[in-house]
Ligand binder design. Structure first.
Ligand code: GLN
Length: 253
């Protein structure tokens, strides 16, 4: 009798795994992870996570027949959470990089990001080149584990040209700039614009640090989910939905 129960259980588990492999972890719900500190892609408004990524993801979930649940976590927890299957995907203005491609799969890109440099209005730093100058010793504020952090760590800190201060939130890095703890902040251009608007006395330099592609991260163990999300995203790009969501949050200048 015991054997039969064990066998049935094993069989049930195998079937569940087969059904579960590559699909969302819950039948009706798609769990998106993000870090809602990144306006206008994701931020809190009236206790709700809103922004470009939230809206694009909701449209994707709708197309695929799922309800979307959004989890707000630290930026450096996004990829591990996707890898372990805690979240179905991460949408967080996340840049596609070689290193991340070894850890997760990415959909096609839905937006371009630029790493910008924010300084005080009277700063002696006037271009990206100033950060690389010999003896510059610039203190750079970044958001932990973002590409701004990675690039500045490799290009500047590891080269002995300056130091990197890492903050959990981009807004905290900007606050450190305002209070003189760092000399500049390297961060994505759209949140940079919002932070500069909210903090008088700051400006964004004309020269950009890097240009990058944003995409949605999915576990390497869920190729079918990746394909479904990619297909839905492709349709939403083709029919102009993605563009209109972006324009809603980033009005043309
Ligand atoms: N685009 C940057 C990155 O992927 C920052 C994203 C973010 O802070 N949400 O690292």
């Amino acid at each position: 009798m015991k054997k039969i129960v064990a066998l049935t259980l094993a069989l049930m588990m195998a079937v569940c795994c087969l059904a579960g492999c590559g699909e969302a972890k819950n039948e009706n719900i798609l769990t998106m992870a993000t870090n809602a500190e990144f306006p206008p892609y994701e931020y809190m408004e009236n206790n709700e996570i809103v922004g470009i990524d939230a809206e694009i993801s909701r449209a994707i979930a709708e197309k695929l027949g799922y309800e979307l649940v959004i989890e707000n976590v630290d930026f450096d927890s996004l990829i591990p959470g996707v890898q372990t299957g805690k979240y179905d995907f991460a949408a967080a203005g996340m840049t596609v990089t070689e290193d991340r491609l070894e850890q997760v799969d990415f959909t096609q890109s839905y937006a371009t990001g630029i790493q910008s440099i924010i300084v005080k209005e009277d700063s002696p730093i006037t271009s990206a080149d100033d950060l690389f100058a010999d003896g510059a010793s610039t203190k750079i504020g970044v958001q932990l584990a973002t590409t701004g952090d990675l690039y500045c760590t490799w290009d500047i800190e590891d080269e002995g040209l300056g130091s990197v201060e890492r903050y959990n939130k981009g807004a905290d890095a900007v606050m450190a700039l305002t209070s003189g703890k760092v000399d500049c902040v390297v961060i994505d251009n759209e949140p940079a614009k919002v932070f500069v608007q909210n903090n008088p006395g700051l400006k964004i330099l004309d020269t950009e640090y890097a240009v990058e592609d944003y995409a949605i991260a999915v576990s390497k163990d869920k190729p079918e989910l990746l394909e479904s999300i990619n297909k839905a995203l492709g349709e939403l790009i083709a029919d102009g939905t993605v563009q209109s969501i972006i324009e809603k949050y980033i009005p043309a200048e």
